[in-house]
Design a protein around this ligand. Sequence first.
Ligand code: UFG
Length: 342
Amino acid sequence: MTATRGNVLVTGGAGYIGSHACKALAAAGFTPIAFDNLSTGWPQAVQFGPLEIGDLMDRARLDTVFATHQPIAVMHFAALSLVGESMEKPGKYWRENVTGALNLIEAALASGCKEFIFSSTCATFGDHDGVTLTEDTAQYPINAYGGSKKAIEEILKDFAASDGLNHVIFRYFNVAGADPEGQIGELHEPETHLIPIVIDAARGKRDSVAIYGDDYATPDGTCIRDYVHVMDLVDAHLAGLEWRLAGWENRAFNLGTGHGYSVREVIDTVKRVTNVPFTVNNAARRAGDAAFLVSGSERALNELGWSPKRSALETIVRDAHRWHLSGIAETWAAQGRAPAKR
Ligand code: UFG
């Protein structure tokens, strides 16, 4: 592995978004060092640099990895990230997300690494009654997941003041899609996200799709989300890294398209793309869900020069569908997570 522009530590590098970031980093001349506990990630997804198996709760392991690889920057993707689960197990979310981030920040600083790119979320905003969310919107999270991410945003600001920790915060909207070259894609066990669930139904791998709530104050009564392609998302991370390496200020950016789609519109798009009918049922609301989460992404456009290229909903669904049809996800699932089985 020849490091041209330096090593970047990618926590969650075996996961869905982290593995796409590793691919983009390698293409841009960096060496991505994937750090992952393989609780939800897949060693098979680590194809673009070394894998260091470890847990963010283990500070000594982090110190060893920083000493070994001397990264010039950290991209912190690893986290518990399910809104519904965070409402059932808030302690787990607060403990693991916040303590993990603290360990990582302190290990980075101890090694002399001061560049930190953080995966935050639109779930830090809470529900704002259909208002498009900009970086200036007040953050009032309504679930423990969003709360834990907002806390980490605050922690970054404190360490910037105390230790000169430079950072870029990205607040993702709903990430979906897959590498159009088909090397990597989304694989969660169990899957909870809307687009892969609906694609599974179209592939006959599920009997039906449940809509969690059809009585929201939205035009068709179902929740509205802003879907952004994972390739566009990782492009923004590369732009954020360049921003920091150029010495620009600490900054937070929302990453979405500015267009919202309801759960029903997503289902209709999958039906149109796959041309397969499947059963759709109405179910109860899921605790912690906001009715409307749509990004105003002017800051990322104006300051980072970032604009989504593949985030038309139909393109997202086509790329995700192609990945699922490839059968690679099934192969990984059958192989399991043990690194020796790669
Ligand atoms: N939904 C259904 N049926 C399903 C699954 C989801 O109706 O079977 C609905 C949800 O209730 C929600 C929408 O589809 O209204 C999207 O749900 P996802 O679970 O796909 O995504 P979330 O919006 O809950 O959360 C995701 C990520 C978070 C991230 C968030 C930002 O899991 O990490 O997007 O909104 F913060």
